[in-house]
Design a binder for this molecule. Sequence first.
Ligand code: HEC
Length: 161
Amino acid sequence: MKKNCMHNLAYTSFALALSLASAGAMAQTYRVNVQPLIKAQCADCHGALAPTLAEFKLAEEKYKKEKLGPRTDTYENLLQIVVYPDSGAFMRRMDDGSNTGDKKPGNMYKYLGDTDSERQANLTMLKAWVGEGGWNLNRWGARGDVAGITKEQMDKVKVKY
Ligand code: HEC
């Protein structure tokens, strides 16, 4: 009886380890993982009523006062602040401080969740979506001490739909 129990326990842990491993290895997609998060946490200020990135850039101060940021309601709109033209803006604002020059979190990191563990879990998911080595904070062009984004860095960006 006892031996049997131990066997079952060992089997259960093994099955659990397997399912965790496959969940971790599974590729994140915009449709399944990213869109629901953006909709729940960001849409109040970046939703369909917010200006497009191009409109936002024409009157940044006006939109900031209205608490509106660039529209990220679709995959296409979101990619504009991940890859081009506002390369790395998403990473600069969402980073928890591990990759920023001043070690401070980006100013949108706080919207990733109510608790630190929630924010960290969502950040981990977003980083996996962007891709291993793709989480770079560089802009399209160099600014100050920070070099512009390179082709090698861009090649690592996955952002699967
Ligand atoms: C309460 C309103 C509000 C919420 C919620 C919010 N944002 Fe923002 N966001 C803004 C405003 C206003 C700006 C423009 C001012 C600034 O640059 O800080 C902005 C700017 C940004 C920028 C910089 C865009 C650029 O091209 O310069 C990014 C990236 C961003 N937000 C991402 C997010 C993400 C992702 C979420 C959800 C996890 C989020 N924001 C939630 C209001 C918000």
